[in-house]
Design a protein around this ligand. Structure first.
Ligand code: SF4
Length: 570
């Protein structure tokens, strides 16, 4: 590793980049936290944030409007598509005259157009990104598009570019953008939650990266796109790298290569979350996100205090569970509220346990801080009626519950630590308290029977009035999960690797000795989609969770079953 001279002569210039493609409804928290930490630790140089995911959507809209990008959705011709997509985005951003955000019918219509738009857009540009990474033929439009997308980053003249990769759909965009920057002499770091849950992230640097182009399989030499990986919590590693990039062996969590050999330093954990500075979102264009109100994400704990669900790898994103003191959380939320005039917060903790949730709710009430927030939780008995009423008074508008199944046997097999009867009561009580329920469902857990599948579907229909949104998924066997580590306990008799594996994919195929097969699960899930889509305020509510928070806040106190339609967004 060569230290090299920084172009500015004033310390390193670091561009922190959030690559496409995911719904740009709120700003990326990881980038804002890293920037704040680098500043607070006195690291030299300057750090600037670039949300290229939002920029990608904004640029596509501009190009559609100018006729530079032509798209046809369904029966619409190109100009109708451009008009309708523009209208859907204006609706999402709450622009005057774009329609009522609180009217479920209007919302569904616009969300469907938006979903079709982003599916086509991201599919097209993901393909261009793969081609750019591999030096394959790309239409001039694709090349010009990525160049324009990078213009702001290039103008900043970075020495280093750090990509925050949360989901696998960001990988190919990140590789294409990274390659372009690396060709201009910028050193590139990949980090983010996706790397943290990969069993051997160093593979990304050590082996040619397989990339599919249609049916063809090609390889990208890692050194053409990447210099470093930063695995685990990025704060201390990034600050150390800024301090002295010539000493990679001293950078916690850094994966780097020396003389053709890849080395990985152990990550370092921040033990006291109360020492962390306020996330700094100020580089980001906060008024441009695709939600009618600004929703700021906030993380008040790291890891999961339960950490036992057999299907889950989320708890591995962090090395251990830690909490911020609730007083500190309340004061941080107050600072963010006043700095950005924000009244909506998405608490993105993996799961807030009931005792802490109650403490937080009480402190929020005592502080008089008027905010609306959403949070993730497990529906256990401790969420009693008085607790839920306190949470509602404190501003909890949406709680996203990990219900998973209506079968007690399956809940036990999943090691959820919940009782179905308690979960059912929690949904009813939360709804009565005026909190909107978003319910997570997991279909096809190994050994699930057809009867148990139907039991969950029937339950969801029975509780329709109390459910504002569903987030449904099929079970996927992930490396690192308990099911993967102890397959025999979960009636899995064979685990098969996938020949066409994406470089950061950790999903495997499997065969079970009892219950529904993987193929039966896929077929039943397809069949159940229409029934599931009818449950909740909108079939898109589980995807656009920031929107659900805004809707619930504006109709605060009303349960999903009693909400009026057609009220204008104020
Ligand atoms: S599913 Fe949620 S509660 Fe269960 S281990 Fe994962 S993060 Fe924790």
């Amino acid at each position: 590793v060569e230290t090299g001279e920084y172009r500015s002569g004033e310390g390193p210039r670091l561009a922190l980049i959030f690559p496409p493609a995911m719904h740009p409804t709120s700003p990326p928290l990881g980038l804002a936290s890293l920037k704040a930490f680098a500043a607070a630790s006195g690291a030299p140089g300057s750090v600037r944030l670039f949300d290229l995911n939002l920029a990608h959507y904004q640029q596509a809209l501009r190009w559609l409007d100018q006729g530079r990008l032509k798209m046809r959705l369904g029966q619409w011709d190109a100009s109708t598509t451009a008009r309708e997509v523009g209208a859907a985005c204006r609706f999402f951003r709450g622009q005057p005259g774009s329609g009522s955000f609180l009217d479920p019918a209007a919302y569904n219509r616009q969300a469907s157009a938006y979903r079709s738009f982003e599916t086509v857009l991201n599919g097209l540009f993901d393909n261009f990104a793969r081609r750019l990474s591999l030096d394959a033929a790309v239409p001039p439009l694709g090349r010009a598009y990525f160049e324009e997308l990078l213009a702001g980053v290039r103008a900043f003249r970075p020495d280093l570019a750090g990509f925050s990769i949360l989901f696998s759909q960001q990988l190919h965009f990140a590789l294409a953008l990274a390659r372009a920057l690396k060709e201009a002499g910028v050193r590139v770091i990949f980090g983010g939650a996706t790397l943290a849950v990969m069993p051997r992230p160093e593979r990304l640097l050590a082996e040619p990266i397989p990339i599919s182009l249609g049916r063809e399989r090609r390889r990208l030499e890692p050194e053409r796109a990447l210099d470093f990986l930063l695995v685990g919590e990025g704060e201390t590693g990034l600050a150390a790298l800024l301090e002295d990039p010539g000493q990679p062996d001293r950078v916690p969590g850094l994966v780097y290569s020396v003389g053709g050999r890849v080395r990985a330093n152990p990550p370092r954990m921040i033990t006291d979350l109360n020492q962390l500075p306020l996330p700094d979102f100020r580089d980001l264009p906060l008024a441009e996100y695709h939600s009618p109100r600004l929703v700021l994400p906030y993380l008040s704990s790291r890891g999961c205090c339960w950490g036992r669900c057999a299907f889950c790898t989320h708890q591995k994103t962090y090395l251990a569970y830690r909490e911020e003191a609730v007083d500190r959380t309340v004061s941080r939320l107050a600072e963010l509220k006043s700095r950005h005039r924000a009244a909506h917060f998405a608490l993105v903790d993996e799961m807030i346990h009931p005792r802490r949730f109650l403490r937080l709710g009480r402190r929020l009430i005592e502080s008089g801080l008027e905010i609306n927030y959403s949070a993730y939780a497990k529906p256990t008995r401790s969420f009693s009626r008085p607790v839920l009423e306190t949470l509602a008074r404190s501003g909890a508008r949406v709680i996203m519950w990990g219900l998973e199944s209506a079968s007690q046997r399956l809940l036990a097999a999943m090691k959820k630590g919940t009782r179905f009867q308690d979960a059912d009561r929690v949904l009813i009580e939360a709804d009565r308290a005026g909190i909107w329920n978003l319910v997570f469902l997991l279909f096809g857990f190994p050994s699930e029977t057809r009867e148990e599948w139907d039991q969950t579907l029937d339950f969801i229909e029975r509780r329709r009035a109390q459910i504002a949104a569903l987030s449904k998924s099929r079970f996927v066997l992930l490396a690192g999960s308990e099911v993967f580590r102890r397959p025999e306990e979960h009636h899995i008799v064979e685990i098969m690797d996938r020949p066409e594996r994406d470089p950061i994919s950790i999903a495997y195929d499997y065969r079970v000795s009892q219950g529904l097969s993987q193929e039966e699960v896929a077929a039943l899930y397809k069949e159940a989609r229409a029934r599931l889509d009818r449950c909740g305020r909108s079939p898109h509510g589980g995807l656009f969770r920031d929107h659900l928070l805004i809707q619930a806040s504006e109709l605060a106190g009303l349960s999903p079953g009693t909400r009026p339609a057609g009220r204008a967004s104020s």
